[in-house]
Design a protein around this ligand. Structure first.
Ligand code: GLY
Length: 383
């Protein structure tokens, strides 16, 4: 325990000292990754791979989320201004409209909703509610699911696609329900979570990434491999979204079935953590190449800490010990606290099939910080 306290306190010091200069350096950017150690900027069209990957890119809320974590950890108001830069830049996404998909939660929970919760800013509340309506509008009552992505423009029809990641977006609907006392949002969120529980969680506790329904009839069609190794495999970040997402649905509804689902996926995840504590992109990928995804480790740690916060004293250690192992491994082996790189976390991978693997990704830094700040007991609750 004493040993834990020391590495947590030392690591928090390192995070705070790094992000205090990174935040100044990148205050006019919305970063996703780094180029030669320097944050890129999703607002700069020269780095945007496609129009959707620019201002509308799904990760554009996370740098602001890091700033809200820093604000709560340090009480330094400079972080409010830096967080608001991203929040205000995202207004244009509402006008663009076509780039918005189920990731509205990832974009507006760590920006507008965090701002409203922490400062009472009315303009932020309006933004959050607008985003919640756009998310709720993607619900398909035939099949009871929220449509994930818009069509990719490559011939694939994604109207019937739901993905496991969306469980992390529906807290935007739980928030809107509480703000407006309008149960439509709650109903959409819980119907989607019920569908995820029924169709995504496999018997062994692992989860599918993508499930397809007939968008007219709601009939189950099948699953797709998505960002993991292949069909039927076990994309680790997807498993992590499921642990955290189901646990959050329990937090917002008190429906124990969601906590049970979170625990099942958590047990599967914990059983598959390698001795090294480093997490592969997919638990079922071939032994070589050994591709890692540190974001999966950080997100799973946050999810496990969420589960731990809802279980009794005899169970809590199962989840806490695993979360600490993941975060400690990242802290000791996969963090760069030095001045030569604007990101902290190394060896992040967006997708098994992508050409590039093991680089810096902003949501890796966000969830690593959230996990460490949670362990330290002073953190911004974004979800
Ligand atoms: N939500 C998309 C991803 O995890 O890559």
């Amino acid at each position: 325990m004493e040993n834990d306290k020391k590495w947590i306190a030392d690591t928090i010091d390192k995070i705070v000292s790094k992000i205090s200069w990174v935040s100044e350096k990148s205050k006019n950017k919305i970063p996703y990754t780094t180029v030669e150690g320097v944050h890129d900027n999703r607002l700069d069209s020269t780095v945007a791979w496609t129009p959707d990957n620019g201002r509308n890119w799904w990760t554009n809320g996370f740098f602001a989320g890091m700033m809200w974590q820093m604000y709560v950890a340090t009480d330094d108001k400079k972080y409010i201004d830096i967080a608001r830069f991203s929040e205000e830049q995202l207004d244009q996404c509402f006008d663009d409209f076509y780039g918005i998909n189920h990731d509205a939660g990832f974009m507006w929970l760590p920006t507008a909703v965090a701002d409203y919760r922490l400062t009472g800013n009315e303009a932020s509340k309006r933004r959050g509610l607008h985003a919640a309506n756009l998310l709720a509008g993607r619900f398909n009552p035939a099949g009871d699911f929220i449509r994930a992505w818009n069509d990719f423009g490559d011939g694939r029809d994604t109207k019937g696609w739901a993905i496991i990641d969306c469980l992390m977006n529906i807290p935007l609907l739980y928030w809107a329900d509480k703000e407006l006392k309008d149960c439509r949002y709650y109903n959409v969120a819980t119907k989607h979570a019920d569908t995820a529980k029924k169709y995504f969680v496999r018997n062994d506790g692992s989860v599918n990434h993508i499930v397809e329904f007939n968008p007219q009839t709601g009939e189950y069609i099948g699953s797709h491999g998505g960002q993991g190794y292949g069909h039927g495999s076990s994309w680790t970040r997807g498993q992590a979204w499921a642990i955290y997402g189901f646990a959050l649905s329990f937090r917002h509804t008190s429906n124990k079935e969601y906590l049970d689902a979170a625990k099942r996926v958590a047990h599967y995840f914990i059983a598959n953590i390698p001795e090294s504590g480093l997490i592969p992109v997919d638990f079922r990928q071939p032994e070589t190449p050994e591709i890692e995804d540190s974001t999966a480790a950080a997100i799973a740690a946050c999810g496990l800490l969420e589960v731990a916060s809802h279980v009794g004293e005899y169970e809590v250690a199962v989840y806490e010990v695993a979360a600490k192992k993941l975060l400690r491994t990242l802290s000791e082996k996969r963090c760069n606290f030095g001045p030569d790189n604007d990101c902290i976390l190394e060896n992040c991978t967006a997708s098994y099939d992508e050409k590039q693997h093991e680089y810096n990704i902003i949501y890796g830094d966000y969830f690593y910080m959230e996990g460490m700040f949670r362990l330290n007991g002073k953190w911004a609750d974004i979800w």
